[in-house]
Design a protein. Sequence first.
Lengths: 172, 1001
Amino acid sequence: MTRLRADSRHPIRFKLNGRPVEGEAEPRMLLSDFLRHQIGATGTHVGCEHGVCGACTVVIDGMLARSCLTLAAQVDGCEIRTVEGLAPSADRLGILQRAFRRNHALQCGFCTAGILMSLDHYLRRHPAPSETDVRDLLSGHLCRCTGYTPIINAALQAAAELATAIEEKPDV
Amino acid sequence: MAQVAARPASSVDMEGRPWVGRSIERVEDAALLTGRGRFIDDLGSPPGTLHAAILRSPHAHADIVSIDAEAARRAPGVAAVLTGEQVKALTSSLVVGVKAPVECWPIATERVRYVGEPVAVAVASDRARAEDAIELIHVEYRPHAAVVDPLAALAADAPVLHDGFPGNLASDRSFSYGDPAQAFADAPHRFSIDIHYPRNSCTPIETYGVIASHDAAEDAFDILANFQGPFSIHTVISRALKVPGNRLRLRTPPDSGGSFGVKQGVFPYIVLIGAASRAVGRPVKWIEDRLEHLTASVSATNRSTTLSAAVAADGKILALDWDQVEDCGAHLRAPEPATLYRMHGNLTGAYDIRHVKVRNRVVVTNKTPTGLNRGFGGPQVYFALERLVQRIAIGLSRDPLDVIKRNLVPADAFPYRTATGALLDSGNYQEAIAKAVDHGKLAELRERREEARAQGRLYGIGFTAVVEPSVSNMGYITTVLTVAERRKAGPKNGAQATATVALDPVGGVTVHVASVPQGQGHRTVLSQVVADVFGLKPQDVRVNTEIDTAKDAWSIASGNYASRFAAAVAGTAKLAAERIAARLARIAASQLNVEPVDIVFASGFVASKHNPENRIAFSRVAALSHWSPGSLPDDTGQAIRETLFWTPPELTAPDDEDRINSSLCHGFIFDFCGVEIDRTTFETRIDRYVTMHDCGTILHPGMVNGQIRGGFAQALGAALYEEYAYAEDGSFLTGTFADYLLPTTAEVPEPQIIHLATPSPFTPLGAKGVGEGNSMSTPVCIANAVADALGLADVTLPLVPARLADLVRGPEPEPPAGQLKAAPARAGDRRLRGDGSASVNRAPEHVWTMLLDPGTLQAVIPGCQRVDRVSDTHFRAEVTLGIGPVTGRYRADVQLFDLDPPHAVTLRGSAEGALGFGNAEGRIMLEPDGKGGTRLRYGYDAAIGGKIASIGGRLLDGAARVIIGQFFAALAREAGGGASASAFSLPALLGWLARLFGGRR
């Protein structure tokens, strides 16, 4: 196991939404700060830094994780997915994103990235969720604007649409 | 012919359906859904930007004896450490909203008055180094007694926060409207209620952020902050930063992650970080963290109210008597005491009550200063009024809905002037209620209640009728001043809204407003409004809602508050667009050889109404002012850019009788709900919630319902879960989202939303505000339902199960004698008390020697670096502990008293570290167990404060017991004998205190 010196910066390399990225971080740097301030991937937001609000949720090696409770050094060599990787292309929204827009499932949009990541991850594995399932899944996310129902509706609509659609492929 | 140009373009005619009123998809969403939002911390900062971290007070009330920041200033990467003294030299006091010799600084000077008050600011090359630096600052405090309850603050012996507020009273005004004394004397019934409305906050998920730079060459500030307005605060900031307003360029980022009023409270930090940037000569950035936000950003006011009503036999309310004691926290920050006066015109709610007596007192307490928060005064007022209406109904054996209906403002009375001065613009409350009762199936809900009760279940129904004010009168706050003081200060009134509509050289339309949205979709709605005027599509209209006070049109009323967007800002954009359209109509008329009145804007063309084939592309007409001003008809003037200011004439200053039309528009809300309370857990479940809204003309149904749902969810939190809780010593107890509980998908049901629309005659689009209504109506509606379910006369928010259980079952019985207990004596008391006993297999004399031996202590205290014996009865210890992610060094100091070797000893000690402070006293008694061993009995009484109380308070009792047990095992091992149960000792005390401060986060 590599020992990291507390007072130095260490190279961190991983794949972000399929593309290799690298930067340097002190061992204490959080993944959320690393993504935002070193890599410039500011789509992942920080709401509480103690793992409750869910805004910073990302996918690390196929697992949902709070990037505010993960150190940058922990993800060296991992595959990370963030909200920036959800759309099939820069000018086109994915099915889940479109459902959010259609249902007014966001207002300020600050918590949205984390919710999208949880839902994207979940719907890939559970194509026909019930409302209870979705409410249970999203109980780990705080949203102060919407009152949640439009988010639930968007998720259920997206699930139905994804079940009948061919898998979304990036345009490139 | 200037009149023609200025005339609203009545010739504008929408072919087909207008865009306004349709739930089009939001223009804001694509960026937000793809991670391309531009919130303040997403924007780059200028090269060389430094980062600030703030050291905050762990005490609620203390003198600052000394601040030693030398080590921090020498730390790597640190550019400066500013204390109150330095900030005071760079700034002047924030304006205080009442006449009193009181100062208000953005950082503590000489004394701290609430937990979390800034004490020092470290500025360093990055945030982590700035945070390292504040850990190196050593502050010596001399604690004072604290007061957290507004009524206790008024007691003669209460600790006084500010000498300029004698008795902690910042303002005391009495008002009388009509003849309340006579009405009370004549009335057959008098009902009264005491309310203690708690503190809570809408807690946006994005915290505060400021990036400030000072240009020494021009002595000017350029500050980017996620401030939300009102921009009256701009004057407060520039004055505090000691520059004229034109040298404070205040800008907002394109996106802001929710506010709900709360981001008004960033302004003291704008001053603080501005001062820091001036001190270091570099841009300085500060992003608040969540603990800082919950502890010390801002909060709604808590309020103690006694409300009485004179009531006729038929339930008609003849007079009200309000006695409100408003708690604004430790400082009276602008615009407070506005929370108290925002509702002044609406103290009679939706009711026709002609006689009103009011006493308004504003007090300061050792809590975070208050400010804007969704509902702003409404929740506090309506909780009292609507609880009282239910009490009247019960007292007169009537249905609460009958009492509501009996008192409503008559449908034919609009515009209706309330006793306290509000001009209710429009409405039909009777029709709204009838529609809600019908569509919301109240009869069925009543049957559900009967059925549930027949089965022995706890089921109740609550009602609320409220008037939702919107578009604040900038003069309402002056109602806090006496008539003479107002005359001296000059008139304050109105609510200037502004909008700019501009045409580019190829006919593109750009709209700018100073509305500073935080997710309300202003850009989308304005594109609809302006598209309708020009006969374009919303996507043809680009809208910018950022504000830059150096370049944009704005007024003190600008910003996103008091639900003013739809009513004031969107209407102003319409008027500005119509003004341009009138000029374009003249230009087109001359090109098409028709009269301007014959011109219509539709489908991207400007055409003759009579001969639609006679037309010209909108873009051509729009571009003409740029390319060929010489071709414009004489005296048309340019049609390039129009900035319009609009203020409603109805918003007049308070009159000499203190009547104030505090708001322009008044929506109506009627809610009812059915709740069921679990008999075992006392959890409240919302069975059905029906909410009727009349917010005038609806501009975008999806967004209106979004505002209602969002407000409902926040209000549900306020009703059932949320409270900014303080201990009696002023410790803040809810510093994380695990302590301050927000409702999630699992708790928030979908309300049934019903609409009625009576357009406002006072606003350009007929729209009224809608965002704050449920914050006002829902907490009391749920409380009424819970009171109905449990048969309670008094209910206090939040309606957490433990509180309901207390109310219904009475206090929990004491545990059986002899059991270990370590629980706070009562709610709000952070003292931890406990006792217990244990055995060690060595004689009392041996155990006694161990307890007093530094070597033994060092061996058995977890993480102990060293124990120094200052004297035989005085020890100091240093302990390094790391539990979870937090490691730190803590200093403990313990003295022994009443030594009775080897039988008993009293210990008294304190400890402090980065995460908090504490003190404790314990008595240990040793006696032979008759088998060669020792039986220890102990009791302790400890108090803790600082961060640890905010972020881990709920775990402390359990942690105390666990750590004491752990320590005892080590003592027994060291003694070489077996052990059992748990014990208490000097080392346990040291280790326990140290663990508390080091161990939890």
